[in-house]
Design a protein around this ligand. Sequence first.
Ligand code: 13P
Length: 256
Amino acid sequence: MERRLLVAANWKMHGQKLQNEMLLQALLAGLVKENAPEIVICPPSIYLAQLQAELKNTMLSLGGQNLFTEEKGAYTGEISAPMLVDFGCRYVIVGHSERRCLFGEDDELVGKKFVAAQKSGLIPILCVGESMEQRYKGLTDEAVSTQVERILKKVGVKAFGSAVVAYEPVWAIGTGITATPEEAQAVHKMIRVAISSHDAAVASKLRIIYGGSVNAFNAWDLIAKSDIDGALVGGASLVADQFISICRSMGGNKNA
Ligand code: 13P
């Protein structure tokens, strides 16, 4: 069993047309197809059209950062799964901790978004992760497994056959503090075991990627761990050299 490694760039609310173009050109000039991971760029949704045009016939694919649960309707300001598909997205991030913490998304809503994404053929990248306080109190496993189990209960384990899980400890996001490879591996393994208790085949195929201050220096040590199948990269994905270097460290497949 092999898992194709995945590196996703979450640009968050960064970039403008000219900057995007320069960054993409630098990425396309520096990335090589051979032994590359699957690479997904998730720009702010208003730039999806720009990226769709610029990434045509390249090795980079596109993802959304968020979506709404409904396909269409009177939901001012929201974007649906079919709209993301219309602009060439293959993936969509759901349940990012910034959505959970700043915009009040709970597991119930995240589960609905997961379902909406798959209904339109998008691959959800489901983000889970504990807060600093939960980690200090020794509640990491409980917090993360509760998030995973709630989604599992809603969508069923088979749905994880076409999904990605991103473990992003909240305290490591944008802080420069990365979970050590050992800390990350322990949680990734716990997630895989939890899924495995429902369906071992789905668990062994599932890509579980790590996010939280991933950079050119720590990528290599993280990907060396048996249950880390790639990265969800924020800040470092905005710096071409950094992102290229992360992709180079995380190339190819992982034997499960
Ligand atoms: P940073 O890489 O900036 O810590 O962000 C991680 C993240 O939130 C990716 O979704």
